[in-house]
Design a protein around this ligand. Structure first.
Ligand SMILES: Cc1cc2nc3c(=O)[nH]c(=O)nc-3n(C[C@H](O)[C@H](O)[C@H](O)COP(=O)(O)OP(=O)(O)OC[C@H]3O[C@@H](n4cnc5c(N)ncnc54)[C@H](O)[C@@H]3O)c2cc1C
Length: 602
């Protein structure tokens, strides 16, 4: 049964509405079918990817293609594709789950998989006509054909709408001729279909086209050599040149000038899937690190027994746990939103498009947070391995190199930081999320006399939830103050936007970890969740520090005199614990659990 609109939080609304823990989806809520899918994907990852890790690192591009075909045979490329086009038509959570558990073997495969199933296929499933979908999607879903996505050009990276590739209509009106150069194109070396963005005449916005590619009959398409990259070494990345490439008019995607919209919406899906793709890497890095740390002895002691190493294990675990919590929370919100729209009469295509677009803020938040966590985790992984971590003979150096790309593609983390705050402000202006009312209340609270009552924080997470509510006030105070001061010119104050984004990101991630743990503590018992409770508390503690630091630098920059003093006092109040958690103890508890299980065990 479809969930009622009123029950589903809109995108960005987490900031102003309290969420009950019963209303968040967690990895512990996977259905039997989802757990079976997870097992099957993990088994595939072990057998087909991890077992051949060295070949991927040796730039065996053919292996990437071969494993992609096998993934197609297993149905993994078709999880998100509707049954009408040869897919499994599973929900969004299953799509995210597949992406999560198939991605940890090597970034090479994970990139090929993500580029094909996400930006290589989704533009057609989301925007294609019935004919386009019938013609192309079954081939992509089965792995008979692979897809690539050609947006970036030498002069058009983050400024994606500024591309110079042109599309010119033929005299008989039957086809377009595409001319131009694309670069950094994943899967270029083995794809049969490209989603190509080009400009028609002097249009303001680019247009999307479906372009077939057959090396035997190249239709003016030539490929550059494989790029030699820091990481994801066996992922095919090439330049693509179009020289009078003829594309029938019926291969235009959506309408003329709609390309930028397509590009951006495809990226929304890509971003949450990229976050998911970084999760199992974090689990695997931690597991490998703890296995090593319990074996490796120095000073006659396993290094895992040293406080310095325990700190690392605990922080790595807490970050991975928060990433999982937030990714699956958002994935289910998207799935529910799609179901709600379908129940209201939208086609699956419209529902999916709008469902994902609704949570574009969360998709950007996740992309930034999880891509940075996986990098930090791999970095500490190397440190735990010491000199061996620097060697190609152990898995950490490849994990570190592979993780690095996640902060660059699908929109750099700088662009995504600015996007998530920009989108939130836009939603507020459109009336989709009421930020003004809550921001005014915070303003009044700042002017008023603070309460001197001592709240009762005896119940699990009562203080942490009160803290999250205060952090939200801090965001409203800081971002609201900046909007008031600069209005539409806020766009030009990137340092403020980025600071606000950091606050927003921390709130979403910390809240997600707390809600997941609260839900699980209620149903499985607090004792069973002891380490998870410690991780949620540890994550929040750091989040509070970040909010304080970013809030402070912002307030000092845009407010002066009494206003500045009042806001700084407010910030202090909004970031103050009544009972500070002993994070040294929390870290020990988490590390001991991980050590005892010798793996990421949550
Ligand atoms: C391995 C790999 C695979 C890729 N796969 C694909 C693919 O399949 N298809 C595709 O189309 N593209 C692909 N890309 C391209 C990728 O999406 C771009 O590299 C990315 O969007 C950044 O663009 P750029 O490299 O031109 O950097 P630039 O846009 O030049 O950015 C350089 C730096 O400036 C910052 N910056 C840029 N603009 C602003 C701004 N307005 N405000 C503040 N900071 C700014 C950026 O954050 C970054 O730190 C891939 C790239 C790589 C490396």
């Amino acid at each position: 049964m479809a969930t009622e609109e009123k029950d589903i939080l809109r995108g960005g609304q987490f900031l102003v509405k309290e969420t009950n823990c019963e209303d968040v989806f967690t990895p512990e809520d996977f259905s039997e079918e989802q757990n079976m899918m997870k097992e099957s994907v993990m088994e595939f990852n072990d057998r087909e990817i991890i077992a051949h890790k060295a070949r991927f690192e040796a730039k065996d591009y053919a292996l990437t293609e071969e494993v992609m075909r096998k993934a197609g045979e297993m149905g993994f490329l078709s999880v998100a594709v509707p049954e009408a086009y040869g897919g499994m038509g599973m929900g969004f959570v299953s799509t995210v789950l597949t992406c999560d558990y198939i991605s940890s073997g090597t970034g090479s495969f994970s990139t090929a998989f993500g580029a094909h199933t996400g930006i290589g296929t989704m533009p057609i499933t989301l925007y294609g006509t019935e004919e386009q979908k019938q013609k192309y999607v079954p081939k992509l879903a089965s792995g008979q054909w692979f897809g690539a996505y050609c947006l970036t050009e030498p002069g058009a990276g983050s400024d994606a709408n500024s591309g110079k590739t042109t599309a010119e209509l033929s005299a008989d009106g039957k086809s377009y001729k595409i001319n131009g150069q694309k670069m950094w194109i994943s899967n270029a070396g083995f794809c049969s279909l490209m989603i190509v963005f080009a400009r028609i005449e002097d249009d303001k916005n680019i247009t999307g086209f479906i372009v077939e590619y057959d090396a035997e009959n190249p239709n003016g398409i030539t490929l550059g050599e494989e790029e030699h990259k820091l990481g994801i070494r066996a992922s095919s990345t090439r330049q693509v040149f179009f020289n009078d490439t003829v594309v029938p008019v019926e291969n235009m995607l959506a309408g003329r000038g709609e390309g930028f919209k397509i590009a951006m919406n495809a990226l929304n899906v890509g971003r949450i899937k990229l976050a998911a793709a970084c999760l199992d890497s974090q689990r695997r890095i931690l597991t490998t690190a703890v296995e090593y740390a319990t074996e490796r002895k120095q000073f006659k002691t396993p290094i895992a027994d040293f406080g310095a190493i325990k700190t690392k294990l605990a922080e790595m675990a807490a970050n991975a746990y928060a990433g999982e919590s937030a990714t699956y929370r958002a994935a289910k919100n998207i799935e529910d939103r799609i179901a709600m729209r379908e129940a209201a009469g939208n086609t699956h295509q419209e529902a999916e498009l709008k469902g994902v677009e609704e949570y574009a803020i969360e998709c950007s938040i996740l992309k930034v947070a999880v891509s940075e966590d996986v990098q930090a985790s791999a970095d500490e992984g190397i440190q735990i391995f010491g000199g061996m971590g620097f060697s190609e003979d152990t898995p950490m150096e490849a994990a570190w190199r592979d993780a690095r790309i996640a902060r660059i593609y699908e929109g750099t983390n700088e662009i995504n930081r600015m996007l998530c705050v920009g989108m939130l402000v836009k939603k507020a202006m459109k009336g989709h999320v009421d930020l003004l009312g809550p921001a005014q209340k915070v303003q009044e609270e700042l002017m008023g006399i603070p309460s001197f009552e001592t709240p009762d924080y005896s119940e699990l997470f009562s203080e942490e939830k009160a803290m999250i509510a205060k952090l939200k006030k801090a965001f409203l105070m800081v971002a609201g103050g900046a909007v008031q001061k600069f209005g539409p010119q806020l766009e030009e104050h990137q340092q403020l936007l980025i600071a606000a984004a950091d606050i927003l990101i921390e709130i979403y991630m910390a809240e997600s970890a707390i809600l997941r743990t609260e839900k699980n503590a209620k149903r499985f018992g607090e004792d069973s969740q002891s380490a998870q409770i410690a991780m949620a508390k540890l994550y929040l503690y750091h989040a509070v520090d970040i909010v304080e630091e970013k809030g402070k630098e912002s307030i000092i920059s845009f407010a002066e005199g009494d206003e500045q003093r009042m806001m700084l006092m407010g910030l202090k109040r909004f970031t103050k614990y009544q009972n500070y958690p002993d994070i040294v103890d929390l870290r020990i508890e988490i590390a001991e659990k991980v050590k005892a299980e010798k793996k990421y065990c949550f």
